[in-house]
Ligand binder design. Structure first.
Ligand code: NAI
Ligand code: MG
Length: 347
């Protein structure tokens, strides 16, 4: 058989992104040897240093360059001295939108050796399917009369039939492959135009699964009180963003949570990243937990058609954690390199 080859664009970005991305690459290269595939890593120095030098987060033809690859592997972007709106809207959001990565997939599971801060949180195993390109995070709106007493700000939400239908179909398929129950996050009692529309379109596309529509505020409480009562959640951009950090917190640490920005039709590359940011408070110290980046790497391998390698990587970091090798965020003493070495040993 011919060896599968992939070209992956790497944007390590800022802060701890530069520490956890190399850790994940060394694990994936080790797996590539064992599973007979090859990854050509195309390193991109895009991010805040690039912004300081060029006044933009990536080159003008950056998206065209990425479009030729099989996937994007991102660390994190963001630094204290550049507004997050610049870093986010200059790189991440353009990639998500122009590559139609309309699914943001966020599995949340309590890993061995990681303690949930909550009673009952230790059995957590759910997936959040967040709509990733429309909804509340829209460019429609503006600021009027800046600095004056009558100053006003308007921000519109955009929900389209096509956009809600496709995220609902994706989530329903995933729910069907798991427990057959789909929880939809809504707020149709307070947000009276877009959310009833969301409810209708989700219901039309939920297929055979049991659909449980839950108001977002009650759902937030439920994730804390009975986290194992939900399995697959479908949510709008904003609700999904908040719920996934909440769920990651319930699972014990934001440092272990992964996320995939997926274009299911594969017309464009998909992008895989940890949920956490650049963590300026611990950057450069070699103490960051690489698990979120490793798990994101496993999701990427799965997407590329290497499910055996993906499963092996997940087993390896779970085993390292179970054996007590832990970084400081999980109450351990291992640094990034020591934890990565422990994962490599188990591969
Ligand atoms: P953050 O996730 O970077 O950090 C929050 C807290 O969690 C910090 O105390 C940090 O030390 C800790 N933490 C995060 N990841 C960790 C890891 N792997 N190991 C150990 N501890 C970890 O969120 P924050 O502080 O709100 O944002 C920092 C910067 O990152 C901002 O500029 C923000 O915009 C950006 N950001 C970027 C994201 C991305 O590139 N996708 C996502 C979230 C934030
Ligand atoms: Mg977030």
């Amino acid at each position: 058989a011919t060896r599968a080859e992939y070209r992956i664009d790497v944007i390590a970005g800022d802060g701890i992104g530069r520490e956890v991305v190399p850790a994940a690459i060394s694990c994936i290269d080790t797996l590539a040897d064992k599973h007979e595939f090859r990854v050509h890593w195309q390193h991109r120095d895009w991010g805040s240093d690039y912004y300081r030098a060029h006044g933009r987060m990536m080159p003008t033809d950056g998206l065209d360059q990425l479009a030729k690859g099989d996937g994007v592997f991102l660390g994190a972007v963001g630094v204290p001295d550049i507004p997050d709106t610049e870093t986010l809207w200059g790189l991440l959001i353009p990639i998500r939108r122009s590559f139609h990565q309309y699914v943001n997939l966020r599995p949340v599971r309590t890993l061995p050796g990681v303690r949930s801060p909550l009673r009952g949180g230790d059995e957590l195993d759910l997936v959040i399917v967040r709509e990733n390109v429309e909804g509340e995070y829209s460019e429609v709106g503006g600021r009027l009369y800046q600095g004056r007493p009558e100053e006003a700000a308007v921000q519109e939400s955009i929900f389209t039939r096509a956009g809600v239908a496709r995220i609902a179909r994706y989530a329903a398929q995933l729910a069907a492959s798991r427990k057959g129950v789909l929880t939809s996050a809504t707020k149709s009692n307070g947000i009276v135009h877009t959310m009833p529309f969301w409810d209708e379109v989700v219901a039309e596309h939920a297929g055979e699964v049991r659909l449980d529509s839950v108001l977002i505020d009650a759902l937030a409480a439920r994730l804390v009180l009975q986290p194992s009562s939900v399995d697959v959640i479908v949510a709008s951009n904003l609700f999904g963003d908040i719920l996934s950090d909440l769920a990651a917190g319930v699972a014990g640490s934001i440092g272990v949570a992964p996320s995939g920005n997926i274009n299911p039709e594969r017309e464009f590359p998909s992008m895989f990243e940890p949920v956490h940011g650049s963590a300026p408070d611990i950057a450069g110290q070699g103490v960051a937990n690489p698990t979120g980046q490793l798990w994101a790497g496993a999701m990427m391998l799965e997407h590329l058609g290497q499910p055996a390698a993906a499963a092996q990587l997940e087993r390896a970091f779970a085993a390292a954690l179970a054996d007590g090798v832990r970084t400081a965020d999980l109450g351990g003493e291992a640094g990034t390199e020591e934890f990565t070495a422990a994962v490599l040993d188990r591969l």
